[in-house]
Design a protein around this ligand. Structure first.
Ligand code: ADP
Ligand code: MG
Length: 247
């Protein structure tokens, strides 16, 4: 039954390469996220962070390398089936403006999971409650703050009961006072045992919530480790320079 809670899986990225014509954007990325762990990916603009997430989710096919869930390659899986297992949240929330919050969530459940309407509604209500928006089911996105809209987008992804969640700068488009609420939802999700990859500029979040922090530059993970090691004793000069600019 599709209403059972999905369990997290481990995620492995192995030597992933990807070029857009002559632009070699990913040049052999490796990343390991154990089951239930949270990896934060940091790094300068243009280093390939978004492309990496899109490759994991198979919005783009890598030229070389592999993506593993629980040790098994997903590169030959049906992309639609895979996107139910791997949820993704973007900087722009991508909600349908003409639909209610509830409809935004039930649509994918009806179409992808083929759930009957009453089950889809039930699941949507439960997820909205979890992100603190129980009262907003009938509102339209335009009547919500950016932070609330992003929490709806998170609820929508979670309603599909993914085994892994990817966040691509989920708070970068928000007014500063709205960032905390969204990061709080993400921290709760991490504490609850979801396997997550979080691309973020929020170094406080990376330091406090991540099990692993991976620094990307020039299409590779230059350095990865526990937050304390990355922030207190970075080894690579490029990482040191990056941290001196953002901290
Ligand atoms: P980041 O998220 O770290 O800022 P991106 O993964 O968005 O970096 O981009 C890395 C590089 O890939 C950039 O040079 C960007 O211009 C290029 N790029 C990203 N997406 C595309 C695309 N769809 N087509 C061509 N080039 C792209
Ligand atoms: Mg990006």
């Amino acid at each position: 039954m599709s209403t059972s809670t999905a369990t997290s899986v481990s995620l492995g990225v192995r030597d992933v390469h990807l070029a857009f014509d002559a632009n070699r954007v990913l040049r052999g990325v490796d990343l390991d996220v154990p089951r239930g762990a949270t990896a934060c990916v940091i790094g300068p603009s243009g280093s390939g962070k978004s492309t990496l997430l899109r490759t994991v989710n198979r919005l783009i096919e890598p030229d070389r390398g592999d993506v593993l869930l629980d040790g098994r390659s997903v590169l030959s899986d049906d992309p639609d089936a895979l996107r139910q297992r791997i949820g993704m949240v973007f900087q722009q929330f991508n909600l349908f403006p003409h639909m209610t919050v509830q409809r935004n969530i039930t649509l994918a459940l009806r179409r992808l999971k083929k759930l009957p309407e009453d089950e889809a509604v039930q699941l949507a209500r439960t997820q909205l409650e979890l992100v603190g928006l129980a009262g907003k089911a009938d509102a339209r996105p335009a009547h919500l703050s950016g932070g609330q809209q992003q929490r709806v987008a998170i609820a929508r992804a979670l309603a599909l009961q993914p085994q892994v969640m990817l966040f691509d700068e989920a708070t970068s488009a928000l007014d500063p006072e709205l960032v905390k609420g969204v990061l709080g939802v993400m921290a709760d999700l991490s504490a609850g045992g979801m396997t997550m990859v979080v691309v973020t500029h929020e170094m406080g979040f990376a330091r406090e919530v991540a099990d692993t922090v991976a620094f990307m530059d020039g299409g590779v993970v230059l350095e990865a480790g526990e937050p304390a090691a990355i922030f207190e004793s970075p080894e690579h000069p490029r990482l040191r320079r990056f941290l001196s600019q953002v901290l």
